[in-house]
Design a protein around this ligand. Structure first.
Ligand code: CTP
Length: 410
């Protein structure tokens, strides 16, 4: 029998399951959360019960699964009871329909009513077909929810139902369970106590009061690194040219320093780097800048005669000023002879790891939510990472950083 009063001191998780094929994976998630000693109360939407059985969830959970606002023998108002007692609400999978209803503030079933009747943090794990995921309506609903502090664990790239492949695959249950640990128990990971400086975005060099010289970097890889590093226990300083939303669970451990130009990034990085254990230069820094003019350049004055000056190479200066034991990671964006240029850059830059992006490859590099990179280390070993989410790439880079840090001084 479900209990209307919390019986245990275990953190209480409401596990919402919406109607998508990935619902079968939430059975594994439920199992893992129970193994980690969480009190788990499942809520299945009516559509979810077409994919997975209520009985399965009831058998594995801390109390029987619920599917309706009505007819609960323990309480006439299950949504407020569940919402008020939850330490976290996880929805996996979150379908496009569930996301839309939540963003709209609808409460037409037990799961959406519980989401509305709660002040607990919410983690949504979307899963759907790529075409649905890419719909502006879905992305706008997610942006709305993010703005309100809802955490989103973005879907992976991989095989989807019906033989397709693309972005939309539910994040593996292990990663969701690790995220739950990070949020609820403040689990400190392998970067615990470490200070990391990470740069993100493309620098912008003013030409006149209205025009800038920039590049196509979105800053997403740098932000993903900052979020994942923070979840692994690091205190992160993020020097960024862009302002992207940071997940609620990491906002407090990421210090954001906004800059615009290569010069400002140089100042911000070099003045802070010596107090950090690792620096990751994911930003696309301009190699050249121009001296801006005070007044807008007028078309009638003809083609402007811009004179370029080289910027300072931040990475090179970091390597030259490196304190003992500090790990330095560089990025390289290439479009041709990727392997050859990468090796030359690794040798020239003196970094511990060089993350190489073929920015001309489909789905990789600028403006994509996915990336495919190779990681080169000092012994010139190459680790190729296939197309994956920027979070998954960040996990690999940061686990390499954590292991280098644990080995001591380079
Ligand atoms: N970088 C830097 N300061 C600069 C330019 C780049 O710190 N003024 C860093 C980037 O953040 C990145 C690495 O250097 O981590 C490599 O950047 P990339 O532009 O690929 O290489 P460059 O050395 O600038 O060479 P090229 O543009 O000729 O390929």
């Amino acid at each position: 029998m479900p209990s209307a009063t919390p019986e245990s001191t275990s953190p209480r998780i409401v596990l919402g399951v919406a109607g998508g094929i990935a619902a079968y994976k939430s059975v594994t998630l439920l199992r893992q959360l129970r193994d980690a000693n969480y009190f788990v109360s499942p809520i299945l939407t009516p559509d979810a019960t077409r994919f997975v059985g209520e009985v399965t969830f009831s058998a594995l959970a801390s109390e029987p699964a619920r599917t309706s606002l009505y007819g609960d023998p323990t309480t006439p108002i299950p949504h407020t009871y569940l919402g008020q007692h939850a330490d976290l609400i996880v929805v996996a999978p979150a379908t496009a329909h569930l996301i839309a209803r939540y963003a709209m503030g609808l409460a037409d079933d037990l799961l959406t009513a519980t989401l509305l009747a709660s002040r607990a943090p919410v983690l949504l794990c979307p899963a759907m077909h790529t075409e649905m995921w890419e719909q502006p309506s879905v992305q706008e609903n997610l942006a709305t929810l993010r703005r309100r502090g809802v955490m989103i664990l973005e879907p992976e790239v991989g095989p989807l139902a019906g033989g397709d492949a693309g972005t939309g695959r539910l994040v593996e249950p292990e990663r969701i369970a690790a995220m739950v640990d990070a949020i609820v128990r403040g689990y400190r990971g392998p970067l615990s106590g470490r200070r990391l400086l990470i740069t993100a975005g493309g620098t912008r060099e003013p030409i006149d009061p209205v025009r800038v010289l920039t590049n196509r970097s979105s800053g997403r890889q740098g932000y993903a690194l900052a979020e994942v590093a923070s979840r692994l226990g690091a205190h992160v300083t993020l020097v960024s040219t862009v302002d992207l939303p940071l997940a609620l669970d990491v906002v407090r451990s990421v210090e954001l320093v906004k800059v615009m130009t290569a010069h400002e990034m140089h100042e911000a990085v070099l003045s802070r780097a010596s107090q950090t254990d690792a620096v990751i230069m994911a930003a696309a820094v301009a190699d050249f800048t121009v001296t801006p003019v005070d007044q807008k350049l007028k078309k009638d004055s003809g083609v402007p005669n811009l004179s370029f000056q080289p910027t300072m190479d931040i990475l090179r200066e970091l390597v030259d000023a490196r304190p003992t034991g500090q790990i330095i990671v560089g990025f390289a964006a290439e479009t041709t002879n990727v392997a050859e240029h990468a090796l030359a850059k690794l040798r020239a830059k003196g970094v511990d790891l060089l993350v190489v992006n073929d920015v001309s490859a489909p789905g990789a590099g600028f403006d994509h939510i996915t990336n495919a990179v190779s990681i080169l280390d000092r012994s010139e070993e190459v680790q190729n990472l296939p197309l994956s989410s920027k979070e998954a790439i960040s996990e690999v880079i940061l686990s390499r950083v954590a292991s280098l840090l644990s080995q001591g001084a380079p």
